[in-house]
Design a protein around this ligand. Structure first.
Ligand SMILES: Cc1cc2ncn([C@H]3O[C@H](COP(=O)(O)O)[C@@H](O)[C@H]3O)c2cc1C
Ligand SMILES: O=C(O)c1cccnc1
Length: 329
């Protein structure tokens, strides 16, 4: 019915391009011809990474915890964008090193103080991976119970573009060169160290390992939590908005655990991180925005929320008959 209405709206056929497809998907997800999107929520999942010992980030490890404090005070990019996007920011501690204060929007679910170094051995146990996944599910449930109608995940974890590269390479069967990028801005040598760390992690994988086992091996407590956020969001039937490379890789993991999540997903943007394109292509998702962002935190996803709200309004336009406008000859 939404498709039929789309053909009768007061505009030349297909003049809203890709947005028409997005509008129809929103209608399908909500099961109504005229979709409605209200408030959004972003769950910024944070954790530390033992792989920083390999010299894979341009920034020191303590920035993870410091940025979590910044999120709670409202000083980060995600806070500023969320304000204009009518989006609530929740922060999930899935494995940050160090103590964090109590805060109404901080969900404390520290599985362990950072993952182990994925270049040297398993990043975490299967049990820890399961716990991080469940922490993400709980965080999403909280956001949805509090009224979110659009759900995104964000990431914070110094070293996580290395973990995401390892996970994306493992799940997609790609070589490190195709998924490793500069992250926070490492130089040529840092890039080589990242590739080597990923190569060593991939060398430990064995045929027949399931997606959760692979994720435990190559790591990222917040990547597991992000997968959990999206699994829960899909179970609630809300549109899911993806962010950049780490977040989309977490979603890729979710899609391997339950392919049903794919029907709810929208790619908020295309990141500058090279592996992001490979992940979105594998997911069959076209990004809404392409702005050369390479930040994470959920910023690209939250920027796409107002656009998605506008897209939902397309099906509220008048038809030619309703408006008394002449159709094509
Ligand atoms: C101040 C600051 C704020 C950030 N917000 C997100 N990230 C992003 O950068 C990190 C990943 O890059 P890499 O793998 O190179 O460490 C993650 O924490 C990610 O969320 C940040 C990074 C920094 C430095
Ligand atoms: O693609 C992203 O979201 C990204 C890129 C660089 C660093 N952190 C995140």
């Amino acid at each position: 019915m939404a498709r039929e209405r789309m053909e009768q709206l007061t505009k030349p056929p297909r003049s809203l391009g890709f947005l028409e497809e997005v509008a129809l998907r929103l209608a399908a997800i909500q099961g109504r011809v005229k979709p409605e999107l209200g408030r959004g929520a972003v769950v910024v999942a944070a954790a530390d990474h033992g792989v920083v010992a390999e010299g894979v980030s341009a920034f020191p490890q303590e920035v993870t915890r410091q940025m979590v404090l910044n999120f709670l005070r409202g000083g980060a990019a995600i806070n500023q964008f969320a304000r204009v996007a009518d989006c609530e920011v929740y922060v999930l501690d899935a494995g940050v090193i160090g103590d964090l204060p109590d805060h109404p929007r901080l969900l404390k679910a520290k599985v362990r103080e950072g993952s182990a170094n994925l270049a040297q051995g398993p990043a975490m146990t299967l049990e820890e991976a399961e716990k991080a996944l469940q922490a993400g599910r709980r965080a999403a449930r909280r956001a949805l119970e509090e009224g979110a109608t659009l759900l995104a995940a964000g990431d914070m974890g110094i070293g996580n573009t290395t973990a995401a590269a390892a996970l994306a390479a493992a799940l997609l069967g790609l070589p490190p060169e195709q998924v490793v990028g500069r992250g926070t801005g490492v130089g040529e040598e840092g890039l080589l160290r990242k590739r080597e760390a990923v190569r060593r992690a991939l060398a430990r994988l064995r045929p027949g390992m399931g997606p959760l086992e692979v994720a435990a091996e190559v790591g990222g407590l917040e990547l597991l939590a992000i997968a959990g956020v999206y699994l829960e969001g899909a179970a609630w039937g809300v549109p899911l908005v993806l962010d950049g490379f780490p977040v989309s890789t977490g979603f890729l993991l979710a899609s391997r655990l339950d392919p049903g999540v794919l029907g709810y997903a929208f790619a908020g943007h295309l990141s500058r991180e090279p592996g992001h394109r490979a992940v979105l292509e594998a997911l069959g998702l076209r990004p809404l925005l392409d702005l050369d962002l390479a930040l994470g935190e959920g910023t690209g996803a939250v920027l796409a929320m107002p656009l998605l709200r506008a897209v939902a309004r397309i099906l509220h336009m008048a038809t030619f008959a309703e408006a008394g406008v002449s159709g094509s000859q």
